[in-house]
Design a binder for this molecule. Structure first.
Ligand code: CA
Length: 221
């Protein structure tokens, strides 16, 4: 899961980004509206946290431009306390949720989890397909109800494929969503992670469609 944090106050951007990383999300930070608009328009994010008061282009204009351009990722706006007309305008412009500043980081994280679940069409924090399940609140992977020890990268890979179960996901898309900007981005490394996961979760847990990518079949349960 990849999240763009748009915030011009470095301290807030850093604390939000750290909390997201601790929960297993990949983050990017944009510190002005122009950069935010460009990143949101040219890269895929599973969620965008958007401060409305930004230099160079205000958050509301950024949001309107994304939506006018057909970009439908979930957007959570950060508004000034008491600025209710701003919230109304933001939701009318296509925001999916809002949080007034100052906020508790725990509340932000709960809203992030809920938005990501909703956007993937999952109402429960548990994603499952057959014997395989992921608890997105506790970041745990289970097979037949028993916990399986996985690395953070393995967790992200299973969670991403389960969110998109039934769809073949290309190596490029996976690499984009799983690795940070500083990590080595390499399809062979990805294949090695998938092979480790098969050993841990069962040979059929993640299928390879040669030349196309990886898939966790849609669960019948
Ligand atoms: Ca601001």
């Amino acid at each position: 899961m990849r999240i763009l944090v748009v915030e011009d106050e470095p301290a807030i951007a850093a604390s939000v980004s750290e909390a997201l990383a601790a929960s297993g999300y990949q983050t990017r930070i944009a510190a002005d509206g122009d950069e935010a608009w460009f990143l949101g328009d040219t890269e895929d994010f599973d969620l965008i946290i958007l401060d409305l008061g930004l230099p160079r282009m205000d958050g509301l204009s950024v949001l309107k431009r994304w939506r006018a351009g057909g970009r439908h990722m979930p957007v959570l706006i950060l508004t000034a306390r008491g600025a209710w007309p701003e919230r109304v305008e933001g939701i009318d412009a296509g925001a999916d949720d809002y949080l007034a500043k100052p906020f508790q980081i725990e509340e932000l994280m709960a809203r992030v989890r809920a938005l990501i679940r909703r956007s993937a069409g999952h109402a429960s924090p548990i994603l499952a397909s057959g014997p395989l399940a992921v608890d997105t609140r506790q970041m745990r992977v289970m097979v037949d109800g028993s916990n399986v020890a996985v690395s953070p990268l393995e967790y992200r890979l299973v969670a991403y494929l389960l969110h998109h179960q039934g769809r073949v996901v290309s190596p490029g898309e996976l690499i984009e969503h799983l690795y940070g900007d500083d990590d080595a981005r390499d399809a062979n490394a990805l294949e090695a992670v998938v092979m480790r996961l098969r050993k841990k979760l069962g040979a059929g847990a993640v299928e390879t469609r040669r030349g196309f990518g990886y898939i966790i079949p849609a669960g019948s349960e």
